[in-house]
Every structure is written in C-alpha cells, then in structure tokens.
Design a protein around this ligand. Structure first.
Ligand SMILES: Nc1ncnc2c1ncn2[C@@H]1O[C@H](COP(=O)(O)OP(=O)(O)OP(=O)(O)O)[C@@H](O)[C@H]1O
Ligand SMILES: O=P(O)(O)OC[C@H]1O[C@](O)(CO)[C@@H](O)[C@@H]1O
Ligand SMILES: [Mg+2]
Length: 525
C-alpha cells in the first residue's frame, strides 16, 4: 500500500452491477481520513482511474483529466448525436400568451419571455469545499482536497425542440412498487405535453408488462383524465415487476409508433429504460426515453431526494407514534415498527430522527447483534429498567443475516427479504420470558400503508417540477436521461450514472450520527 504522504490511490471506475463491489470502487476514489472510505478500503496506487481513464495525481494537470472524464461520464445523449439530419424548430412551450402584450394596448410593456434554459447551463453537483480529508463527510480527490468543479446539466425548457408536437406519440409507464406521487408525476407529464401541443398520449398499463404481447389495453390520457388523479395514492396506470424483455418492449413501441417514453421507476426500471433507449437508437428509431426516479427508499444516487420519500417519512410518524403510545401505556411496553428500505435505511433514519420517539433505529447499512452483552435485547432490558418502555424502528433490509433465508426472488429478480420486524418481536418476547421479566411487545408493520398514500405538499411540488422537466428533456431531444433535484436545482443526468449502485446511508455521516444522538443507542456488537 502506498504511503499517505506521497501517493493516494484513487479509483473512479464505472462500477459493475454488484452494488457492494461497485460502491467499494466508487468510494475508494474519495480521500477521507476519518471517513467510510479510508476505513474500509485500502488505497491502491498513485494512478487514479477516472471512468476509463487513468489519472496520475503526481501530474500537475490531473485536474484537467478529472474534469474531462467527469464531463464525459455526465454527458447526456442527444438525438443529434446519432441522427445527423435532424433540424430543431422553435419551441411551442411558450407562456407569452399569458402575459399582456404591447398589442393589447393595456399599458403593460411587451416583455420577451426568457424562461428558457440554455443547453450549456450547468448545476454544481458538489457544493462543499472541504479543507481536509478528515473533515466530516469529506469527499476529496487528492490529499489537499483540491477544489474541482463537478457540473451536471441543468433541466428545463429549451428554446429549440426536436419533435413536432402534433406528430408525437407519447407514452407513460410506471414500474416497480408503488410510491406516493406517481399520479402527480403522470398528471404533470400529461399537462406539460398538452401545453407543447401533443395530442396523442397513452398510459401503458401495469409497468413494462403493458408492452407484452398480451396486449393489455392502453389508457388514453389527457388533461381532463388526469386532472384530479393526484388526490389519490397509487398509480392510475398500475405497476408491476418483471415483464417482457427489452427487445419485445421495443418491438411493441415500434408497432405503436411511440416516440417519447416517460418511465417512472427505481433502479431496475431505469436499467430497463436505458436498455430501451439504446435499443431504439440501434434500430434507428428517433425516440426520447426519459426517466423520473421513483422510490420511497431514496436510494438513487446524486439527488437530494426522490419523490415519495418525504411523504413516507411523514406517514411513518403515525406508526412510530402509535408504537410509542402502545409502549408507553403498557407495563414494560416495547413497540417495534418496521419501515421500508430494502438496501438503504433512509426512511428509518429520517423517521426516527423526526419523531424523537425512537430508542433504537436499525438500518441495513449498520450491522447489529440481537443477543449478547452488547446486543439490542440487552439494551431493551436496560431501557425497560430505566424508562419503563422502548420503541424500536427497523428498516426491512436490516439484520437479514439474522433471519431465515428463503432464496426466493420476486419477478424482477429482487431478493425476497425475511421479516426482521417479526423476528425481533419473537426474540424480544423470548428474551424477557427467559430473564423472568414480563414485557408487552407490540409489532407494527405499516409498510404498504405508507407506500400507498397520496403525496404530501412538498412531494407534490417535487413531482410537479420533475414531471414538467421530463417533458422538457424529451422535447429538447435528450434520451437515456433521468431528472433529479440536486442541491435544490433540477438537473438531467445520464441513466447509467444514477444506477451504477444504490445510494446508502453512510454510517459515518453527520445524519446517522444525529440519529444516534437522538435515540441514544449504543453500538450493538
Ligand atoms: N437490469 C435490468 N434490465 C432491464 N430491466 C430491468 C432490470 N432490472 C429490472 N428491470 C425491469 O424493471 C421493472 C422494475 O424493476 P424492479 O421491480 O426492480 O423495480 P424498481 O424499478 O427497482 O423499483 P422499486 O424501487 O420499487 O424496487 C421490472 O419490470 C423489471 O423487469
Ligand atoms: O412488495 P413489493 O411490491 O415487491 O415491494 C417491496 C419493496 O418496494 C420498495 O418499497 C421499493 O423498492 C422496497 O422498500 C420494498 O422492499
Ligand atoms: Mg428495485
């Protein structure tokens, strides 16, 4: 291993599909003395691999190489890259008609509407300038934490568009599990398409399955159909896991003449969307495929948050509060709440933090033991002895090493998780029986109730902006992209970058430390 003072091996390779390996590769690129990266991963060599380029930190020009590679990785594919004969036309997305014009003679000055975003506008991906690799959460490229701007593409309507609205056949599909806000996004996509002048908009029923040969009937969409759908949870179009392969999906799109596809889904859905985009262009189809990341788990890279997450955290408060009331009102009461989060504990962490009623928060990223002197059960005994009650909030993906594995997979190939909440309940009851203390243990599993609710106001706004920007991105001629909020600004990102591995809670982050401060829990191993 190289010495820290002379040489830092930093790797920024394109990760593989294996999330843990991928995360290792990515994280090793960050120099942070007290951080997750340095603790878990040894430094490799003086050579830094950025994307598929090797950058030598000893070379004074390494910054240029880094920037070039970053620019290349976050390049967003444009129809004109492949279809040379395309000529753009002035945008039909124009709100000038809503303004009084000088012709109207009503005294208001004529103003040119300048709400368009330029293709070269950028948003900063990272906004903190760390002074030292040992600073909390530091993400430094070299030992000096040299500042290197990392720009991504700004989302929004462009002055020129690459589709004739009256000829567009647009389709919307919602895949994976439910998430609050799906209907809000569908609604905004439809409304914005209509504002551009699109007449043919269809909903594909039940996720990618709606593209299968079974020919599920398409759903015709218009402003009047979607006007009030955001008042309900779920998806007007239905969702599903699994379904036809990409080639069958593209055959079906070709048959229907779809040239704009809006895909709402998580990591799996986006992997599919990117393959669809590639396949369409390979076949010479002038199609724009644009994703809108959907997951209550909030496990998509680079974005401040995904829609539905805020609502999920808010809704989880009710369950936690019920568990607290049950536990607090019972003699030696223990309330256990299981929340969603297959690989990432964001919902459990944020819900625990905001409720202030949780004594133990367990997430997939932080291993724990139930039994033993440092285990969760011993701590629950301590809480019962000192406080008289306790509340546990556990993410569904936590402690999977403690529950029976079935090796079962769902239709998309996701591992079916064991019920860690029920397991903790069973072990807690047994533990207190064995030590001769009566304990009243209640288990609440609100997971599907949380996922099925309608979006709260903050998610409603997020969905609105994401949905509108998805349409702007497609009209601007981009494809293989997804929309996101990054440092409070809206951006377009290339799909491969956002799905290279799932975003996780960093156990060394300030947020997890805040959560631990709030619960007062020790390490459980
Ligand atoms: N690697 C992949 N390539 C192509 N399609 C995929 C891939 N992974 C999943 N899909 C398809 O994407 C759809 C949704 O995938 P999945 O069930 O994993 O949900 P998701 O998009 O990850 O959302 P959620 O957050 O609810 O899990 C399914 O129809 C599945 O067949
Ligand atoms: O029961 P379903 O529909 O497969 O969905 C469960 C999964 O969906 C999610 O909400 C999103 O991935 C996960 O948290 C959860 O494991
Ligand atoms: Mg998934």
């Amino acid at each position: 291993m190289e010495s820290i003072s002379t040489c830092f091996g930093v790797k920024f390779g394109h990760p593989t599909k294996n999330s843990h390996d991928s995360r290792r590769i990515r994280r090793v690129g960050i120099v942070g003395l007290g951080g997750f990266a340095t603790k878990r991963f040894k430094r490799t060599s003086c050579a830094t691999v950025v994307g598929d380029r090797e950058i030598d930190l000893a070379n004074s020009d390494w910054k240029i190489g880094f920037k070039e590679d970053f620019e290349r990785r976050f390049y967003i594919p444009h129809l004109s890259d492949v279809f040379g004969d395309l000529s753009p036309m002035p945008s039909t997305f124009n709100l000038k008609s809503r303004r009084p014009s000088h012709e109207s003679g009503n005294g208001y000055p004529y103003e040119r509407w300048n709400g368009y975003v330029k293709n070269n506008d950028r948003v900063l991906l990272k906004v903190i300038k760390f002074s030292s690799p040992s600073s909390a959460g530091a993400e430094c490229i070299d030992p000096d934490c040299t500042w290197v701007e990392q720009w991504v593409h700004r989302a929004g309507p462009r002055e020129e568009i690459y589709f004739r609205p009256e000829e567009v056949n647009a389709a919307i599909v919602t895949c994976g599990g439910l998430c609050p806000g799906l209907n809000d996004v569908i609604r905004q996509i439809v409304i914005t398409l209509e504002i551009y002048g699109v007449k043919n908009i269809v909903g594909i029923p039940f996720g990618y399955r709606g593209f299968s040969a079974e020919k599920l009937p398409k759903i015709l969409l218009s402003r009047s159909v979607v006007q009030n759908i955001h008042l309900d949870g779920g998806s007007l179009l239905g969702v599903s896991r699994g379904g036809p392969n990409v080639s069958e999906i593209v055959d079906n799109m070709q048959e229907r003449g779809i040239d704009m596809l809006f895909v709402l889904g998580g990591n799996g859905t986006h992997a599919g969307a990117n393959e669809i985009h590639n396949e369409c262009w390979k076949r010479g189809m002038r199609v724009a495929v644009v994703g809108v990341p959907k997951t209550i788990d909030n496990d998509i890279l680079w974005m401040d948050k995904t829609f539905g997450f805020d609502t999920a955290v808010e809704e989880a408060q009710r369950a936690i509060n019920s568990a607290y009331i049950e536990a607090h009102s019972a003699y030696n009461g223990i309330g256990i709440v299981k929340l969603m989060g297959r690989n990432s504990g964001f919902i459990a962490m944020h819900a625990s933090l905001s409720s202030g009623q949780v004594d133990v928060c367990l997430i997939p990223e932080v291993p724990f033991e139930l039994h033993g002197p440092h285990g969760v059960l011993r701590h629950l005994q301590y809480l019962i002895e000192t406080k008289g009650s306790a509340v546990v909030c556990v993410a569904e993906g936590a402690g999977q090493n403690l529950v029976m594995k079935t090796n079962a997979k769902d239709q998309s190939g996701n591992v079916v998780l064991g019920d860690i909440g029920a397991h903790i309940q069973k072990e807690t009851k047994k533990y207190f029986k064995d030590i001769g203390t009566s304990a009243d243990v209640k288990y609440i599993d609100p997971t599907y109730m949380i996922r099925a609710c309608r979006a709260n106001a903050s998610d409603g706004i997020l969905c609105t902006v994401l949905g509108q920007n998805a349409v702007h991105g497609a009209f601007a001629g981009y494809s293989g992209i997804t929309v996101g909020i990054c440092n409070t600004h809206y951006v377009y990102l290339p799909i491969p970058e956002v799905i290279s591995y799932p975003k996780n809670v960093d156990p060394n982050s300030r947020m997890w430390h805040r959560c631990l401060t709030s619960t007062g829990q020790p390490d459980f191993f």
